[in-house]
Design a binder for this molecule. Structure first.
Ligand SMILES: Nc1nc2c(c(=O)[nH]1)N[C@H]1C(S)=C(S)[C@@H](COP(=O)(O)O)O[C@H]1N2
Ligand SMILES: [Mo]
Length: 411
């Protein structure tokens, strides 16, 4: 101990103490003992795993805003439970949601007239549908791009497929009445910009009208049979699956029917856009050469066993996982145990509904003990397969659908 330093230790100032006391709502009785940089527990961020009801094995990527991803083996369930669902926030989660006062307003150049609905009215007036819907962040896999690109360094865990219940956007727009010049649906949400400036939106994206009018594009109020968890968009969320999940706006307050491509926050520049034509890794790309990401590419995930598994010699290994392909179906699923020299087919199930991920499985016998890798690749209905290597570098690191590989030992 450096006792001399003790004298130079700084204690908390009276002003800071009274600010902290008013934030806590009580006098900090022995507060004069506090060192200068000490933050009372009551003012520290709560444990995000507890706050969001997430499993402790989930990986926290950022706390301002909150971002968390799953590991492959956590995504083993056919329907993703909340505890394993990734979190992607661009801003601050709305506080003090008054669900009884929540209204949804439909406006924009291309509505016949602006119209508002109470949440209860939406639930009673329109037919409800339940679908399992795959949501994958456009930046899932970003951590593998070289040169690195900025943003959350997602590995493979920014994907989920939960069961969502709500009303069709199409039914709602028919009730509102839209003009023939409508081309796009933009969303506006209740979350706050990180700066705290109420005049700025953290994100305001949307989809072309044709996507909005699909059967599975819904305004959801339930996830997995219960109220949507706050962090995933309670009390009302747009779900337009198969596209980057950024189009599936959380905490929806307003939908704008536009006669132009929606020009909200994160619709332009390099946000959720990729070069229209391939570029050299590291190139800077002109705004005019960037195109909005639409359907997500074909991809798959081995969820059992987890990488690093040890398999007893002579035992048949049953692998399983999920595959998805944006707007398309996955028609073929294959695995290789010999570094892609040969491929064998997996069993692949049909999706329970359009835009739900599909489950695959295979039985593998290993010839002898030793080290193996299992590589898995899906092929979509148009014959496009996952690449073995990280595909098309782009300035923000979107759309990495390279085949996943797991390592194991037979011993
Ligand atoms: N209002 C709002 N909606 C949003 C976001 C956001 O920050 N605010 N993030 C988007 C992005 S980029 C993704 S990937 C998904 C993540 O959904 P999740 O957190 O429920 O997994 O929500 C999308 N919807
Ligand atoms: Mo995202």
């Amino acid at each position: 101990m450096h006792y001399q330093n003790m004298d130079r230790r700084k204690f908390v100032s009276k002003a800071a103490l009274s600010a902290m006391a008013s934030a806590i709502g009580a006098e900090i009785v022995y507060g004069s003992n506090l060192l200068k940089n000490y933050i009372p527990l009551a003012l520290q961020d709560p444990d995000p795993f507890e706050m969001f009801h997430k499993d402790k094995q989930m990986v926290l990527l950022n706390d301002k805003p909150w971002n968390m991803e799953a590991l492959a083996h956590l995504l083993d369930d056919k329907v993703t439970p909340n505890k394993y669902m990734f979190i992607r926030n661009n801003g601050l989660i709305p506080k003090d949601i008054k669900v009884n006062d929540w209204t949804l307003t439909i406006d924009g150049e291309s509505v016949n007239q602006k119209k508002s609905y109470r949440l209860a009215e939406l639930k009673s007036k329109f037919k409800q549908y339940t679908y399992q819907l795959t949501l994958e962040c456009g930046g899932n896999g970003r951590s593998e791009f070289d040169p690195p690109t900025s943003g959350n360094q997602w590995t493979i865990g920014a994907v989920s497929c939960a069961s969502w219940t709500g009303i069709r956007v199409r039914d709602l727009l028919e009730d509102v009445g839209i003009k023939p010049d409508a081309v796009y649906l933009g969303y506006h949400s209740a979350d706050l910009h990180l700066s705290g400036d109420p005049g700025k939106e953290p994100i305001s994206r949307g989809v072309p009208l044709a996507k909005a009018m699909q059967d599975e594009t819904i305004l959801a109020f339930q996830m997995n049979g219960a109220d949507i968890p706050l962090v995933h968009g309670y009390p009302l969320r747009l779900i337009a699956a198969g596209w980057p999940a950024s189009v599936s706006g959380k905490w929806i307050e307003r939908l704008s029917v536009r006669n132009i491509v929606h020009d909200g926050e994160k619709m332009e520049g390099s946000s959720y856009r990729v070069p229209c034509h391939p570029v050299m890794p590291g190139d800077s790309v002109d705004d005019k050469d960037m195109c909005i990401i639409e359907s997500m590419p074909v991809k798959s995930l081995i969820t059992y066993p987890r990488t690093g598994a040890k398999i007893p010699r002579g035992q048949t290994l049953n692998i399983r996982g999920h595959a998805w392909a944006g707007e398309l179906e996955v028609t073929k699923m294959e695995y290789s145990t010999d570094f892609s020299a040969t491929w064998k087919e997996c069993r692949i199930e049909k999706p329970v509904n359009r835009l739900a991920w599909q489950h695959f499985s295979a039985q593998i016998d290993f010839p002898k003990q030793g080290y193996y890798e299992i590589w898995a690749k899906a092929t979509d209905a148009q014959g496009t397969a996952q690449p073995m290597l990280v595909p098309g570098w782009n300035p923000k690191g979107y759309l990495n659908n390279a085949a996943q590989r797991i390592a194991l030992k037979v011993e």
